[in-house]
Design a binder for this molecule. Structure first.
Ligand code: ADP
Length: 338
């Protein structure tokens, strides 16, 4: 488990100090993947570099399994560094070494016995889907393959934490999908705690259990991705969920739809039942006209999520909206705003 407490980091500049991290606190439970998002300059890379022990914060603590890494020196610091692996935007592979030779490097530094080294390198190359490229040289690889080699190398010494600083930023969509597949397997098979800086919503959608939003060096939102998307005001929800009315055609639920709605309800539905178009039916003591103004479906990891917008007209102080899925089942909305 990583626990960051009140981290402050400033950089000197000609016009005074730049506060890159302004009291950041964050927890990433063991074996989970936390995505860090935010505008450029928000402090994401600085946070990643501090956790990877490449940057020393001015104050605050970074605890991994209870030990405060900020206070370590000498041999303890070196040993902590081995526990935390870093993958950056552009991989740095040694061109004169083969793929297997690159992946083996951390084990050579740690003086791991040759037989074990071989076995672990092959294991990791297998995990990233490059077992057949073990003898190839980096210049024979595509960008995505190089990034996968970098991930294999970062993980070969069995670190407890992997910090990835925008690992897909230089990759096209198809290559990104391959790297995400690898990160998915890392999460499922290795139980490493991962902090991943990203600007790519596909990364949040596919591999992150948790998300943290940084703004001007502060965390403004932090929690499980599924919890965050069910909050209508959440930045993460706004980033991840499709714009309402972007996917489905506006349609009529029950009653007559009229051109103007004096109340619009945003609903977020999470779970299997959210798949498929939804027909809202209002039950009320009052007369209600209701129309499905639009909606969009997406997927977070394995979980389907939908955001729908419904327009209401008429008297509707106490409207209960029931959602009937395309397949006939009743769906409970997770969040609704009247
Ligand atoms: P992000 O990764 O979200 O784009 P960064 O962590 O790179 O943000 O930067 C946060 C702030 O800290 C920015 O204002 C940036 O200019 C400043 N900064 C980052 N690294 C340094 C550095 N080595 N020296 C001076 N300023 C820096």
């Amino acid at each position: 488990m990583i626990s960051v407490e009140n981290l402050v980091k400033t950089f000197p500049s000609r016009s005074g100090n730049v506060v890159a991290l302004d009291g950041v606190s964050l927890e990433v439970p063991q074996g989970t993947v936390c995505g860090v998002v935010g505008q450029s300059g928000a402090g994401k890379s600085t946070l990643a570099r501090c956790i990877a022990l490449l940057e020393k914060p001015d104050s605050g603590a970074i605890r991994v399994d209870g030990t405060d890494l900020v206070r370590l020196n000498g041999a303890d610091l070196r040993s902590a560094r081995r526990q935390i692996a870093l993958v950056e935007q552009e991989d740095i592979l040694f061109e004169v070494r083969t793929v297997a030779g690159n992946v083996a490097l951390p084990l050579e530094v740690a003086r791991t016995a040759r037989l074990e080294r071989r076995a672990r390198v092959l294991d990791l190359l297998d995990l990233v889907g490059l077992a057949d490229k073990a003898a190839a040289y980096p210049d024979q690889l595509s960008r995505g393959e190089r990034q996968r080699v970098a991930i294999a190398r970062a993980l070969v010494a069995r670190p407890s934490v992997l910090v990835a600083d925008d690992p897909t930023s230089a990759l096209d969509k198809q290559t990104t999908a391959m790297v995400l597949g690898v990160l998915d397997r890392v999460r499922a098979e290795l139980g490493v705690t991962v902090l991943i800086v990203t600007h790519d919503m596909e990364v949040l959608r596919r591999v992150c259990d948790r998300a943290a939003v940084l703004e001007h060096g502060r965390i403004i939102e932090h929690g499980s991705v599924l919890d965050l998307v069910t909050q209508t005001e959440s930045r993460v929800a706004a980033m991840l969920l499709p714009e309402v009315s972007a996917v489905t055609e506006p349609g009529v639920g029950s009653g007559e739809a009229s051109g103007s709605y004096d109340r619009v309800v945003d609903l977020i539905l999470v779970g299997f039942a959210a798949v498929g178009a939804l027909l809202p039916e209002a039950t009320s003591r009052f007369r209600v006209n209701l129309a499905l103004l639009g909606g969009g479906l997406t997927r977070l990891g394995e979980t389907p999520v939908a955001r729908f917008r419904i327009g209401l007209t008429g008297e509707h102080t106490n409207v209960t909206l029931d959602f009937i899925s395309q397949h006939g089942g009743l769906v409970q909305p997770i969040s609704r705003r009247h």
